[in-house]
Structure formats: C-alpha cells, structure tokens
Design a protein around this ligand. Structure first.
Ligand SMILES: [Mn+2]
Length: 321
C-alpha cells in the first residue's frame, strides 16, 4: 500500500525531507513549490494510504484554501504535515482542527523534523540527510543538529550537502533532476556518488564565482538594500551575493516568470532588524502577490510591474527599523 509524499523542490532541505519519507515509508513522491502546493494536494493518488507534506509553508492569502484541502485529504487518509516556516498560534490551531498530525518547529529544518518523525524506520544514513537540510537551511546550530554533527566528520557533511546544493542549483529547472536526486538520497547514496552530481557541482562552483563578479556590475543599491534581475535558477544565491557586493543588510534577486509575474528571493544579514518572511508577506499582498518565509530568508511572487513599488516599501520598512 503506497505512501505519498509532497515536498519542497527548491532546496536541499525539501529534497532531503522527501528522501527521508521515501526511505522510511516507501511509495511515491512529488516535488513542488509553494505556488503549486494546493494543486499537488488535489493530485494525491487515490491509492495513497498515507500522505506526508514536508517543508512547504503557505501564506496568508491562500491559507483558508490550504486548510480546506488539508481537511478534505485528512478525511480520506492519515496526513502528516512537517514544516518549520513561521506559523501563528491561530494558524497552528486551524491546521490541527483538520485532523492532520502536525510536526512544526521553527528551531529545526524540515529534514531534521522529518528524521525525528520517522527515526524508528530509518537506516543509519538518515542522520546525514537530516544534517544536509540543517546546514543548507542555516539551522545546524539547533540543539538537535549540533548534537548530531558531533558524531560525524563535519567536513564530509559540509562537502556532501554543498555538492547537493550546487548540483541542484545548476539543474533545478528540470523536474527530473531533483527527482533523481531524491531517489539517490533515499537509497542512502552519498551525493558525490550519485550520477554526475560531483562534476555538476564543480561546474556550478565556477558559475558562482563568475556570478559574484557579475552582481557588482548588474546590481543596484537602494538605501539599505540591493537588488538585481537575474536568469539564474537560484535567485537565493544571487540575493546572498548582493549582500557582500554592496555591503547592505538585505539582498533581493528576482527573475521573470511566465504570465508577467516575477519571483523574488530575499536574504538578510544579522544587521537586518525586520522579519523578512513576515514583512514580505504583507508587502507582496499589497502589490497583488503573495510571499513569506523565514527571518533572514524569504521569497514572494508579484506582478513584474510592481517590483519597484515593492522594493521601495521594503526599503522604507528597513529605514524605519
Ligand atoms: Mn526548509
């Protein structure tokens, strides 16, 4: 009887979470982004005997619909929802009312929470997958992750999860690629030994080096933030590079998507005094879009014509903080 997993397609945390669910429960999985989460819930196979949703938050604008879909799904099959994106107490209560089992904690990454949920059914290698998510989501200083890290060669963990992140950044646009990575990880392969992943990661290292030069000439400073339009699949990386290139507290990188919308990634340094996820959720809504995320890493999508207005709003929030 097949279990079904829906997890985040964009980063190592989402992929590691999916691999952990597959390793523990078998069955099928789908990788998706926030925009398509509701559609993926609708598309859960009728034969599924259980569903786990990992590393996928939702924002205020479609929260009621999300809760409605969770409720309908939970009537059919047992549902476990594992996430670490910020949720209000009110939202948590609403999710719990749907009958899903909620594993939510903002102190750990989704892979760590997934590992802890299915620990009993996982092989030894599952601990490494939990750490890959923790390091790449900047959550390896949590009590669980730092304790786990003590039992490994730290450099091996850093190397392997970076290989994974770089190979994903290079090939993430092709759905089959992250799917292939999840299959390899679920069979407990080290990232460097999956297919051509090691070589792809090194090629991406060169892309990143060139990109770091690029952002200096193509980025624009606006007060406490810097922004840039990019074609890179990993807008998060570009946002990060802007922080260093311009010495600002917030970097924003965006790319155009089909249908006149733009997808933005935001990254902040410790100098940034606002919660980027909460702020961008509110600002994006005012500009006809939606967004959310963590304190120092967030994202949103808005009509492309709203970008300048959105950046100006974000900048004035930074000035006021
Ligand atoms: Mn995550």
């Amino acid at each position: 009887m097949p279990h079904h997993c829906i997890s985040h397609i964009k980063d190592v945390d989402g992929l590691s979470s999916a691999a952990l669910v597959v390793a523990a429960k078998g069955g099928t999985f789908r990788l998706t982004d926030y925009d398509d989460l509701l559609r993926e819930i609708d598309a859960v196979p009728a034969t599924a005997t259980g569903v786990t949703i990992c590393d996928l938050g939702t924002n205020a604008s479609n929260f009621p619909e999300f809760v409605g879909k969770l409720e309908a799904l939970a009537k059919r099959v047992p549902v476990t929802y594992i996430d670490h994106h910020y949720l209000t107490e009110e939202s948590k209560k609403e999710i719990l009312k749907t009958g899903v089992e909620l594993r939510h904690d903002v102190r750990d990454c989704a892979s760590m929470l997934t590992y802890l949920t299915y620990k009993e059914s996982l092989p030894e290698g599952g601990r490494l997958l939990a750490l890959y998510g923790a390091v790449t989501d900047y959550m390896d200083t949590s009590a669980n992750a730092s304790q786990m890290m003590e039992t490994f060669d730290r450099q091996f963990v850093l190397l392997e999860c970076t290989i994974l992140a770089y190979a994903l950044a290079k090939n993430g646009r092709d759905y089959a690629y992250p799917e292939m990575l999840v299959r390899g990880l679920a069979s407990m392969k080290a990232p460097h030994s999956i297919d051509e992943v090691g070589r792809e990661a090194l090629e991406q290292a060169e892309v990143v080096r060139r990109l770091a030069e690029d952002v200096r000439s193509k980025g624009t400073r606006m007060g406490k933030l810097a922004y840039m339009r990019t074609e890179q699949s990993s807008t998060g990386n570009v946002a990060k590079l802007l922080l260093g290139a311009f010495g600002v507290s917030v970097g924003v990188a965006y790319k155009d998507k089909l249908g006149g919308t733009a997808e933005l990634s935001l990254r902040g340094t410790s100098e940034s005094k606002i919660h980027l996820g909460k702020e961008i959720g509110l600002i994006a809504q005012r500009h006809g879009g939606s967004g959310g995320g963590h304190e120092k890493a967030a994202g949103c999508s808005v009509p492309a014509s709203e970008i300048q207005g959105l950046l100006a709003d974000l900048e004035s929030r930074l000035e006021a903080s």
